[in-house]
Design a protein around this ligand. Structure first.
Ligand SMILES: O=c1[nH]cnc2c1ncn2[C@@H]1O[C@H](COP(=O)(O)OP(=O)(O)O)[C@@H](O)[C@H]1O
Length: 404
C-alpha cells in the first residue's frame, strides 16, 4: 500500500469524535476526445491543512462535447449519463451539498464562441435540473494556464510533495487531444527572466506558501490537433472530396478519421515514401517556432508525463498499461523509428502510431528541448487516482489557490 493511503488510514484511526468531515465533489472534465466525471471524497480534519483524499470514482464517455458542436442537445445527454453515475456514487442524503462543476478544455477552446456557448448552455441546463449543488460559475471553459497549474497541483498532491516542506516538486507534461501543457517549478531565476511573454509564468498561493511556476498550454499541439496540422487538414473546405496524405501513415492505408465533429479522408502516400525521417520533417512543422524551450529544462528533475504520453507509450509496447514506468526521451525516439519502419507490414492495426510517436519525440526534443537522457515518469494513476487536472480543480474549489 502506498504511503499516501497509509496516512489516510491513520487519519481514520486517529480521528477525534465526532470524526473528520467527509466531503464529496463531482467534477466533469470536458476534453476534445472525451467527457469524464471524477467524484472525489476527501477527509478534512483540519481546515488549515490539505485534506486527505479518501477515494475517487472515475468514468468517461467518448466522444468529447465538441463533437456535438452542431447538435448541442447531445451534449446534455452526455452530461445526464455522467450525472447518473454520480448519483450512484454519492449517497442520496449528500446530493444537495455536493457541488457539480464542468470545466471544458481544448475541444471547446477550438470552437467559435457561439458554438461553445450553446454546448455550455446545455450542460448548465442539465446541472440546474439535477439534485446536486450548482455553485456560481459551475460550467465554463478553463484557460490553459489553469489547466497546467491544476495538473501540477494534482500530481504534486498525489505524490505527497505539496505537504512537504522541502519545496521539492515534480514537473508535469500533459498531452491532450487539442492542447498540451508543461508546468514545473523553476530553480533558476533565469528561467523566469527568459520567458517570451508574461503568460508563461503563474503564481498561486496554498496556505502560507506561494509557488511561482513556469507553465504554458499550447492550443493546437494536442495529439489529435497535431495530426490535423501534420496532414495539412486545418482547412475547413473540401473535406468531402479531399484526401489528406502523409508519409507518417502506411503507404497503402486509406480511411476516414474524425476529430472535433468533422470527418477527414486520410491516406498514406502510395506513390511516395513513408518512414521516420520524412515523418519527422512533417511533424517538425507543427512544433518549430511554436514551442518555447525553457532555460533550465536540461537539468531538471523528474517530469511526470500522462494522458496521451502514457497511452502511446503503452500502445507502442514501451510500458505496462497498469504499472506505467520510467522512460528516457530516447526510448520514444528509438520506438518511433521502429514503429515507422514496420508500419507497412501491418497497415491496419495502429495506422497513426508512427505519426503519434514521431510527434511525441519531436515535441519533447525539438519542442521543449529535453535531452535524450531526460527521464520521464509515465503515469496513468497515482495511488489509484487518475492523473488529471480535475483533482487540482477540486482542491482549488475548497481551498481557493488564487492563481494569478
Ligand atoms: O480526467 C481524465 N482522466 C484520465 N485521463 C484523462 C482525463 N482527461 C484527459 N485524459 C486523457 O487525456 C487525453 C485526451 O485529452 P483531452 O481529450 O481531454 O484533451 P484536450 O484537453 O486537449 O481537449 C487522453 O489520453 C485521455 O485519456
Amino acid at each position: 500500500m502506498s504511503s499516501h493511503l497509509q496516512r489516510e488510514d491513520e487519519a481514520h484511526r486517529d480521528a477525534p469524535t465526532p470524526g473528520p468531515a467527509h466531503c464529496c465533489r463531482t467534477v466533469q472534465s470536458s476534453g476534445s476526445t472525451g467527457t469524464r466525471i471524477h467524484v472525489y471524497t476527501f477527509i478534512q480534519s483540519d481546515s488549515e491543512k490539505l485534506p486527505l483524499l479518501d477515494n475517487e470514482m472515475f468514468h468517461s464517455i467518448k466522444p468529447g462535447l465538441s463533437a456535438y458542436a452542431d447538435s448541442p442537445e447531445m451534449a446534455g445527454h452526455t452530461v445526464r449519463m455522467l450525472l447518473k453515475v454520480a448519483k450512484k456514487t454519492v449517497p442520496r442524503l449528500e446530493w444537495k451539498r455536493t457541488p457539480v462543476v464542468l470545466r471544458a478544455t481544448a475541444g471547446l477552446r477550438l470552437l467559435t464562441t457561439d458554438k461553445a456557448q450553446a454546448l455550455l448552455d446545455q450542460v448548465q441546463h442539465v446541472f440546474d435540473e439535477s439534485p446536486f449543488l450548482v455553485p456560481d460559475n459551475s460550467v465554463s471553459i478553463m484557460n490553459g494556464t489553469s489547466e497546467g497549474i491544476l495538473a501540477w497541483v494534482s500530481l504534486n498532491f498525489l505524490t505527497g510533495h505539496l505537504n512537504a516542506q522541502t519545496k521539492k516538486t515534480v514537473g508535469i507534461l500533459d498531452l491532450g487531444g487539442g492542447s498540451t501543457q508543461i508546468t514545473f517549478l523553476p530553480k533558476m531565476r533565469k528561467t523566469i527572466e527568459s520567458i517570451p511573454v508574461a503568460d508563461y509564468v503563474a503564481r498561486f498561493d496554498i496556505f502560507n506558501s506561494t509557488f511561482e511556476l513556469y507553465t504554458h498550454s499550447y492550443l493546437g499541439n494536442g495529439l489529435m490537433a497535431a495530426r490535423l496540422a501534420t496532414l495539412g487538414a486545418l482547412v475547413a473546405e473540401g473535406l468531402e472530396w479531399r484526401t489528406f496524405k502523409s508519409s507518417c501513415l502506411p503507404k497503402k492505408f486509406r480511411d476516414e478519421w474524425s476529430f472535433g465533429g468533422l470527418t477527414y479522408r486520410v491516406s498514406g502516400d502510395p506513390d511516395g515514401y513513408s518512414g521516420y525521417k520524412l515523418c519527422y520533417q512533417e511533424v517538425l512543422k507543427v512544433v518549430k517556432g511554436i514551442i518555447h524551450q525553457p532555460y533550465e529544462l536540461k537539468d531538471s528533475d523528474v517530469f511526470y508525463a500522462f494522458s496521451y504520453y502514457f497511452d502511446r507509450a503503452v500502445d507502442a509496447g514501451l510500458i505496462d498499461g497498469v504499472q506505467g514506468g520510467m522512460l528516457e526521451v530516447r526510448d520514444f525516439k528509438k520506438k518511433a523509428k521502429e514503429v515507422c519502419s514496420k508500419m507497412a507490414k501491418n497497415p491496419l492495426i495502429t495506422p497513426f502510431l508512427c505519426m503519434d510517436m514521431t510527434y511525441i519525440t519531436c515535441l519533447l526534443k525539438d519542442g521543449f528541448g529535453f535531452k535524450e537522457s531526460t527521464v520521464l515518469q509515465l503515469t496513468k494513476k497515482v495511488n489509484n487516482v487518475e492523473a488529471s487536472w480535475a483533482l487540482g480543480a477540486t482542491l482549488d474549489h475548497f481551498h481557493n489557490l488564487k492563481i494569478h
